[in-house]
Design a binder for this molecule. Structure first.
Ligand code: GDP
Ligand code: GDP
Length: 454
């Protein structure tokens, strides 16, 4: 299946140049008559093995100043609506202008797939603009030179998975069932429920915990209709906190279906993790950190979810003090990638510790959403480099120039540096740990990318 790509951006950034490069001589629609304002041009594009339709918002230069903004907006919106993917182009030599920011706003609202392209990227004159491009908040910019044909294979590698994804979208539709329980509690402050998955081995106590959160054995009453669906979720008010808890086999079991769904399959846990914002890994205090627990915790980290470890059946534990110490040590050793994640001891049966679990979930969620300003980050980076300068392989010191947060949920950062491939893993870890400590982000996965400017 084919797709449509719109090239948008302010005049003179190089849209037509890219359009012409993609379309070559296969131009479908040209209107070169003088006096006619060409609004949108469309062509059959080819890039590597990909074939697609490309739309160019050319002709903007011909518009007079006062109507420029309004026209640009309308034209862009039209192009975007016609397209599956939007290629938003800025001029890396000129840096980010106010008009670029306006475009970014328009595009964000329409929220399609956006590829941010910094054109005129050949040579060092584009370096500063490349860095500035991150400030648009549209992710990592792709460096391109439409005129010289540089970066076209990068463009291809960004387009391929999107094109694939679009083909797949038409095949799979994930059903979701909401079982809405209760709403006597009026104090809902969050607009969207916090999405939680409770995962863990069979018999860890997942259904007991969820039932406890719900209050009664309400899970028993889950409508049968939901059972055959792929994803079941419960939207509830947890003492004033709206949450949506995603299903596990345990929940289904209690919904009185004694069939093949009963056995806990790993894929159930996996699916729940994908849906969730916060993943609660529920361990049985008697047999904690088993292989299956470690696998699911690791998956949650790799999927970039906020993770809370809950150790259940704490009521039967007699040597609480020493057991806790042992648990924390094991946690450090077996799940170093989740360093600092909260570990809460609970008893799903008696309800003890469930309030603390709720607090830990809320805090983990906040950290996961945290945003650090660029100014703060760069002050921090200076201090970090000062305290512990990066190595100088072959006598050339690696320079860290600039840091910026490019995403949240989980927090993601980019550090622009010389020779990123030479920077040892240990230095990246130093930075990640520093981010964690200095900006108070325990437990959440932190993504750090080192990028070269050249
Ligand atoms: P549009 O208004 O966005 O369609 O921009 P054009 O494609 O007409 O390009 C505007 C100007 O930028 C022209 O003079 C192009 O030759 C120049 N240009 C386009 N791409 C590049 C590039 O990759 N590098 C440089 N240095 N100039 C470019
Ligand atoms: P699931 O398979 O993870 O959903 O686990 P269940 O909720 O069905 O619980 C498995 C068993 O552990 C049941 O017999 C529960 O009564 C028991 N259990 C669950 N939570 C606790 C707890 O906090 N303390 C004790 N002592 N037993 C518990």
């Amino acid at each position: 299946m084919s797709f449509t790509l719109a090239i948008v951006g302010r005049p003179n950034v190089g849209k037509s140049t890219l359009f012409n490069r993609l379309v070559g001589k296969r131009l479908a629609l040209v209107d070169d008559q003088p006096g006619v304002t060409r609004d949108l041009r469309e062509g059959d594009a080819r890039l590597g093995d990909l074939r697609f339709t490309v739309i160019d918002t050319a002709g903007l230069e011909e518009v007079t100043d006062e109507s420029l903004q309004g026209r640009m907006r309308r034209l862009t919106e039209r192009a975007v609506d016609m397209a599956d993917i939007c290629l938003f182009m800025i001029d890396a030599r000129a840096g980010v202008t106010a008009t670029d920011q306006l475009f970014a706003e328009i595009l964000r609202k329409r929220s399609k797939h956006i590829i941010l392209v910094a054109n005129k990227g050949e040579g060092r004159a584009a370096d500063a603009g490349m860095i500035e491009a991150y400030s648009l908040g549209l992710g990592e910019p792709l460096r391109l030179s439409a005129e010289h044909g540089e970066g076209m294979s990068d463009l291809l590698s960004v387009l391929m998975p999107l094109a694939d994804g679009m083909a797949k979208q038409h095949e799979t539709i994930e059903p979701e069932t909401d079982i809405d329980i209760d709403e006597d509690s009026p104090e809902i402050t969050r607009t969207k429920p916090l999405q939680i998955a409770v995962v863990g081995r069979p018999n860890a106590g997942k259904s007991t915990l969820i039932n406890k959160i719900l209050g009664e054995d309400r899970l028993l009453t889950g409508p049968e209709a939901g059972i055959t669906r792929d994803a079941i979720s419960l939207k509830i008010d947890w003492d004033g906190l709206p949450v949506r808890i995603f299903d596990t086999a345990g929940m289904r079991k209690k919904a009185k279906v004694q069939d093949k769904l009963e056995k806990m399959s790993v894929s159930d846990g996996l699916r729940a993790v994908k849906f969730a914002e916060v993943v609660v890994v529920l361990l049985d205090a008697e047999i904690p950190f088993e292989q299956q627990d470690l696998r699911i915790a690791d998956l949650a980290e790799r999927e970039g979810r906020a993770v809370v470890i809950a150790v259940n059946k704490w009521d039967v534990e007699t040597e609480k003090q020493s057991k806790l110490k042992e648990l924390l040590e094991e946690f450090e050793r077996l799940l170093p990638q989740l360093r600092g994640a909260p570990l809460v001891t609970i008893s799903a049966k008696t309800g003890r510790g469930i309030d603390r679990l709720k607090g830990a979930i809320e805090r983990a969620y906040d950290v996961w959403n945290r945003r650090v300003t660029t100014a703060q980050l760069n002050r921090w980076l200076l201090a970090m480099v000062d305290a512990h300068p990066p190595p100088a392989p072959g006598g050339r010191r690696i320079k860290l120039r600039y840091a910026t947060q490019v995403k949240t949920r989980p927090p993601g950062f980019v550090v622009m540096c010389s020779l990123p491939e030479k920077l040892p893993e240990s230095y990246s870890r130093y930075l990640v740990n520093g981010l964690r400590e200095d900006f108070d982000m325990p437990g959440t996965p932190i993504r750090l990318t080192m990028r070269s400017q050249a």
